[in-house]
Design a protein around this ligand. Structure first.
Ligand code: HBI
Length: 358
């Protein structure tokens, strides 16, 4: 495949490296690196204050977008004054003829609305399941006009949309060299993610209180009142908040855990941290819901639990000794390396460019 010149437009909810962008921050970096390793060129446009290593970055000022998952299904389409989203796409319009394809990472109405107004092919990586009627409508309109242009991270996520047959399942991919296999865990479990209601941290805390094993928690405290309510409601649970760590430190800490607990109350589009755990040899115990249910091989790389069942989590914790940590690492290498994802990306992006130019 001939080398592509790509322009990435990042999420408008936070600068890359702030943690506010959640999984998209890591995904964007990994997609950039996997394509650059295949000789494509990548330039990233992101909100001011973003930090990226060895990837060309253009920082755009402006006010951040509110998060889509905190709105209701009938949420109006909104933009703040001097929106960074609008400013990023004004820049993209000006430079579009220097690129073969623009890759959008924002889960926002504007980039999808603008798609037919651009000469340059635009590909959209949709990073969450269906959240609002206005976004669903906009996504369906783009798929109708540009059938190859949307990719998702899992079949479960695609199932939440009406265009599920007309999107590309990218899954995800990680630089596994950054993750060290750790065969000998300490006596605690791990929970990693934005601390917000849709991530269901309270279920993990309830389960470890019953199981009598400590829990270490990493991630941005996005909803302070939700975090305080957990601390109030489970006074006897042995929990320790360990902050938001960049990948290098997180994988070091994660590798010391007996298992990662994933307790999503929403349809987690993928569950990046599940792969990060497996890459360190850490089994994953997850609700059978969303992306993690397509990642965890039940009884082999972890346990899948009936959604919202605390007792199910407790029972799975008791069976952790049946999981071989080396198998977890091997599984990550097999399916979720940067190279494996890079190949999937080339298939998708080639279709987008070909169909736009046809
Ligand atoms: N909300 N409005 C909006 N735009 C985004 O790009 C966005 C978001 N909420 C969460 C989010 N992106 C990412 O954390 C997830 O896509 C992973």
């Amino acid at each position: 495949m001939s080398p592509l010149k790509l322009l990435f437009i990042s999420t408008p909810v936070g600068a890359i490296g702030s943690g506010l962008g959640g999984g998209v921050e890591l995904t964007l970096t990994n997609i950039a690196r996997s394509l650059m390793a295949l000789n494509h060129s990548v330039t990233v446009v992101a909100p001011e204050g973003s930090v990226l290593e060895e990837i060309p970055l253009i920082q755009i000022p402006g006010n951040l977008q509110i998060t889509a998952q905190s709105q209701g299904r009938d949420a109006l389409i909104t933009l703040p004054a001097n929106s960074v989203l609008g400013n990023m796409w004004s820049y993209a319009r000006q430079v579009q003829h220097d690129y073969d394809v623009i890759l959008n990472f924002a889960y926002d109405w504007l980039p999808f609305y603008l798609t037919p107004f651009f000469d340059c092919a635009i590909a959209h990586l949709v990073s969450m399941g269906s959240l609002t009627d206005a976004m669903d409508q906009m996504l369906e309109q783009v798929v109708a006009q540009f059938p190859t242009s949307i990719a998702v991270h899992s079949l479960a996520q695609a199932e939440t949309f009406r265009f599920k047959e007309n999107c590309f399942n990218l899954q995800n991919g990680f630089d596994l060299a950054q993750y060290q296999f750790n065969p000998t865990p300490k006596n605690h479990l791990a929970w990693v993610g934005r601390i917000a209601p849709e991530k269901g941290l309270e279920d993990a805390v309830a389960a470890i209180e019953k199981a009598g094993i400590p829990l270490k928690i990493w991630g941005v405290i996005q909803d302070g009142s939700y975090w305080r309510s957990i601390q109030m409601n489970y006074p006897n649970a042995e929990i320790e908040y360990c902050g938001f760590l960049p990948t290098q430190e997180l994988q070091q800490a994660l590798g010391e855990s007996q298992a990662l607990l994933m307790t999503p109350h929403w349809i987690e589009a993928f569950g990046n941290v599940a792969i990060e755990a497996l890459a360190c040899g850490v089994p994953v115990i997850s609700y059978r819901r969303g992306g993690p249910a397509e990642i965890v091989k039940d009884g082999k790389t972890g346990w899948l639990v009936e959604p919202d069942s605390i007792d199910g989590l407790v029972a799975a914790i008791a069976k952790l000794n049946q999981i071989d940590r080396a198998t977890c690492r091997q599984d990550a290498e097999q399916e979720y390396s940067l190279r494996a994802m890079g190949k999937r990306l080339e298939i998708w992006l080639d279709r987008v460019v070909q169909s736009r130019n046809s």
